[in-house]
Design a binder for this molecule. Structure first.
Ligand SMILES: Cc1cc2nc3c(=O)[nH]c(=O)nc-3n(C[C@H](O)[C@H](O)[C@H](O)COP(=O)(O)O)c2cc1C
Length: 183
């Protein structure tokens, strides 16, 4: 199974990059390696640019999406939604050939605020319906107060979030394997 991780933040010290690294470490303990996508070279979507030829960062990102069977997305929350960086990447991945089609997705998110990216994740679920991606419905991985949620080794000190992450990854792998075995 090919497992890809995407963080919806470009920030070097992003809490969501930390969350994704934590998920990658947990996946490794469960016997799966996660490749991390890089959105830093994905420019703003422009149909004229696309028509002239895909920018290298976009072409590379689309190849990673095509390669993946299962995708983990760690999203920040901006103004009760998910950030433009992530929407932009989703749009590039869907235009002129939907690379999200049939992928199995697990969502998670971290914020210094108190509500753990509830709104951002709800909106992502809505968007992936039109892209025909399968989102693991439950459990939710919300990490509120994320600036104080990580131990020095990168693991989560939020026991509920850690437990939910483990269960979510387990379901992600289970559903992905089941779909892959279908004729
Ligand atoms: C424009 C903007 C809007 C934000 N809106 C929210 C919000 O609605 N809810 C929330 O919990 N945090 C909000 N935040 C705080 C982010 O959750 C915080 O900056 C977080 O660290 C971003 O994720 P990152 O650490 O992965 O870059 C907002 C931040 C910015 C810059």
């Amino acid at each position: 199974m090919n497992l890809l991780g995407i963080a919806g933040s470009l920030r070097k010290d992003s809490l969501n990059k930390k969350l994704l690294a934590c998920a990658a470490a947990m996946a490794r303990e469960m016997g799966r390696e996660m490749r991390i996508a890089d959105l830093s070279d994905v420019p703003l979507y422009n149909g004229d640019v696309e028509a002239a030829g895909l920018p290298p960062g976009v072409a590379a990102f689309r190849e990673e999406l095509k390669w993946a069977d299962a995708i983990v997305i760690a999203t920040p929350e901006y103004n009760n939604s998910f950030p433009g960086v992530l929407k932009n990447a989703i749009d590039w991945g869907s235009s002129r050939g939907n690379c999200w089609d049939g992928k199995v997705l697990a969502l998670m998110g971290a914020t210094p605020g108190n509500f753990g990216t509830v709104m951002a994740q709800a909106q992502l679920r809505n968007i992936f319906n039109i892209l025909n991606a399968f989102i693991v419905p439950f459990p939710f991985v919300y990490v509120p107060r994320a600036h104080e949620a990580f131990n020095a080794d990168g693991s989560l000190n939020n026991a509920m979030a850690a437990e939910n992450m483990k269960n979510l990854l387990g379901r992600l792998f289970q559903v992905t394997e089941a779909l892959k075995q279908r004729p």
